[in-house]
Write a protein that binds this ligand. Structure first.
Ligand SMILES: C[S@@+](CC[C@H](N)C(=O)[O-])C[C@H]1O[C@@H](n2cnc3c(N)ncnc32)[C@H](O)[C@@H]1O
Length: 467
């Protein structure tokens, strides 16, 4: 292998947060694809590992990822790695000195951190590990408070808390580049949100959805089941213009009963616009309207860069759609009154998802993404249950387990084709696109007692806004 390594053949190390594991790689892939960059992990990478080595990228690419990610904690320019101290040492000694020396100059200060995953080290042992790096040509002064450069020794003790090895399974050393955006999870917590509802989406997952959807500055994003607008809040944070609709008048107008335990009625300014104002993104607010997702009001043309939504499953909120003359219920023979036009009707889950995909196929721009949650009864799940559409390609499918029997899957699809007449026909005749009836029994199974206490909407924010 050539000793000299150009800028683009540098390897970068991402330290991933050890939660929402299923969602991490699709997030990183989406943030890379915003930059037109492929995902090139090291050959031996494991999906469950909190350490991810990436090839073929520049420091700017990494900074752009870190400016958006809520799944990665920190990023490093990797200077060396190996299973043992000797392997790490020889790998570090091979790192080109011209790439190292600019950060080790006499006039610059530095500090070295030690991070151990799945093990806590006492102070003395940390110092020993730092001392063992004395073969590196550091010339500057140590400054623990405000150094010019930060370096980190990262040790991986595996993922099993019941079986922690004495020695790390793997070691990395690198120059810290940037931290991710995990602070957003706390700063945007639903606990302190101005306007919340029973099913407000938690901040971390809202940002993950925004990233899976590749939302960018000046995009127009739409949520057809907008509720209290948690997904609009996350999208506006990354500079998108946001709009939404919901069938519920009170939710859209911020009226009716409050979801907070200590408050009976919603206050005068409890609405989605005020939520955006709370986070300084009101200028990104387009509007929200009362509208039934079963009867879209939008002109049939590509309008939205992304559609991000959390449809109702009928557990905590009803799955209703408005009735119309088409739904007239024939009066019984002995009833001499007018035919009855129902005010609202059941909106079956299979119809909700089929309508949503069809809407996305018509209203997304080419390459735009649809990101939504699909409730799953785990014992019966198979990948064929995920609704498909001839104009949308599946990008990722990530599970959030909620109980032994239930989960919800975050589905990301990308528009790859404009709808044509034959697509409508294919949806009627091709079994790949037919509505999966198994979805409709989700509510029944949820309430039949086979599930344990936590179901999808239990896992959503409880009424008092706790996450
Ligand atoms: C799970 S909640 C969405 C929560 C939202 N993500 C938030 O953060 O507040 C689903 C929403 O869908 C709305 N909904 C139910 N049926 C609908 C329909 N037919 N058309 C539009 N919205 C509907 C409900 O009123 C509810 O606000």
């Amino acid at each position: 292998m050539a000793l000299h390594c150009s800028r683009t053949c540098r390897q970068y190390l991402l330290h991933l947060a050890h939660d929402h594991i299923d969602f991490r790689l699709p997030e990183i892939k989406a943030l890379l694809s915003i930059q037109g960059k492929p995902f090139e992990p090291s050959a031996n990478f494991k999906e469950t590992s909190p350490f991810l080595r990436l090839n073929g990228l520049s420091e700017d690419n990494i900074r752009n990822i870190m400016g958006r990610t809520v799944c990665a904690k920190s990023a490093f320019e990797l200077w060396g790695h190996g299973e043992t101290t000797d392997e790490l040492k020889s790998s570090l000694q091979k790192y080109p000195s011209e790439s190292m020396l600019p950060f080790l100059q006499e006039e610059s200060s530095y500090k070295i951190n030690v991070y151990t995953f799945n093990k806590t080290l006492i102070f003395k042992d940390r110092i020993k590990k730092i001392d063992a790096l004395d073969f590196l040509p550091f010339k500057g002064k140590v400054n623990l408070k405000d150094p010019d450069h930060i370096f980190c020794l990262l040790e991986d003790y595996g993922t099993d808390p019941n079986n922690i090895p004495d020695e790390p399974l793997y070691r990395y050393f690198g120059r810290w580049i940037a931290d991710g955006q995990r602070d957003l999870i706390r700063s945007h917590s639903v606990k302190n949100r101005h306007f919340i509802g029973n099913t407000s989406m938690d901040a971390g997952l809202s940002f993950i959805m925004t990233n899976h959807a590749r939302v960018k500055q000046h995009d127009l994003v739409y949520d057809p089941f907008v509720g209290t607008g948690s997904l609009l809040v996350a999208c506006s944070q990354f500079g998108a213009y946001v709009c939404g609709t919901d069938i519920d008048y009170n939710t859209i107008h911020g009226a009716g009963k409050s979801s907070r335990t200590n408050q009976k009625w919603r206050g005068p300014d409890e609405n989605i616009r005020a939520n955006l104002r709370q986070y300084g993104t009101e200028r990104q607010y387009v509007d929200v309207m009362v509208s039934d997702a079963a009867k879209p009001i939008w002109r049939r043309q590509p309008l939205f860069d992304a559609i991000i939504t959390d449809p109702p499953y009928g557990i905590r909120e009803s799955t209703r759609r408005t009735g119309s003359h088409k739904d007239i219920i024939k009066p019984p023979e002995d009833f001499c009154g007018e035919s009855h036009v129902p005010v609202s009707m059941e909106y079956r889950l299979s119809d909700i998802f089929s309508d949503l995909l069809n809407f996305a196929a018509h209203h997304l721009v080419m390459g735009g993404r649809l990101v939504y949650w699909l409730p799953i009864y785990r014992p019966e799940y198979c990948v064929e249950m995920v609704p498909m559409h001839p104009c949308l390609s599946l990008v990722s499918n990530c599970e959030q387990v909620l109980s032994t029997h239930t989960s919800r899957r975050l589905i990301t699809m990308e528009k790859t084709k404009e709808p044509e007449e034959e697509d409508a026909l294919a949806r009627l005749t091709d079994p790949r696109y037919g509505p999966y009836q198994g979805l409709d029994s989700f509510r029944e199974k949820y309430f039949s007692g086979v599930t344990k206490r936590t179901g999808p909407e239990e896992a959503r924010t409880p009424p008092d806004g706790r996450e």
